[in-house]
Design a protein. Structure first.
Length: 169
C-alpha cells in the first residue's frame, strides 16, 4: 500500500517535518511537531519552501530542480572559476608545471569542478524529468556532450511538479 500524503519527519533534517504528496517529498517544510504523525492536507498557510537557492544548493546538492537560467548561471560560474584557478596555478608554476604541488593542486581543482558540475547538471536533468545519471551521456565522444549541452541549455523543463520536486520559478 502506498504511503499516504502528509507531514513526516524530514529524512534530511531531524528538526523539521517535510510534506510527502503521496508520490515524492515536496519542498515544503515546517518545524518538527511535538508528535510526528502524518497530517493529511496541503502545506499550511505561510509555510516556507525548503531553501533551494544559493551557491551551496546549486553546487553541493542533487536535491531539487534547476531551470535553464539557473543552469546557465552555474555553468558560467564554474567555467570562470576553473579557468581562473588554472591560470593562477600556471602563474605559480614558474615554468615548471610538472612540479608535484602544482599537479596535485590542479587535480584537486579539477575534481572539485567535476563534482560541482555533476550537481548543477543533475538538477537540470531533474527539471527535464530525468535522473542525474544522464550526466554520463557526456562520456560519449562529441555526440554525448552536444546532446547534453542542447538538452540542458536550451530545452524547457517539465511543466509542474515531477518526481524530483516542484517546478522551479
Amino acid at each position: 500500500m502506498p504511503t499516504p500524503s502528509g507531514w513526516y519527519p524530514d529524512p534530511l533534517h531531524d528538526t523539521q517535518a517535510r510534506f510527502f504528496d503521496g508520490r515524492a517529498w515536496t519542498r515544503w517544510t515546517v518545524g518538527m511537531p511535538a508528535t510526528p504523525a502524518p497530517v493529511v492536507g496541503g502545506p499550511p498557510p505561510g509555510a516556507a519552501p525548503a531553501a533551494q537557492e544559493g551557491l551551496g544548493w546549486l553546487f553541493l546538492s542533487l536535491n531539487g530542480r534547476a531551470n535553464r537560467s539557473t543552469w546557465w548561471l552555474g555553468a558560467i560560474i564554474l567555467t570562470v572559476a576553473y579557468t581562473a584557478g588554472m591560470f593562477l596555478l600556471g602563474g605559480l608554476s614558474e615554468g615548471n608545471a610538472s612540479s608535484s604541488p602544482i599537479m596535485t593542486s590542479g587535480l584537486i581543482l579539477y575534481l572539485v569542478a567535476a563534482v560541482a558540475s555533476w550537481m548543477v547538471n543533475g538538477k537540470r536533468w531533474h527539471d527535464r524529468g530525468k535522473s542525474a545519471a544522464w550526466n554520463l551521456i557526456g562520456l560519449i565522444p562529441v555526440v554525448g556532450a552536444l546532446w547534453a549541452f542542447i538538452e540542458l541549455g536550451f530545452v524547457p523543463g517539465t511543466a509542474g511538479p515531477n518526481a524530483y520536486g516542484e517546478e522551479p520559478s
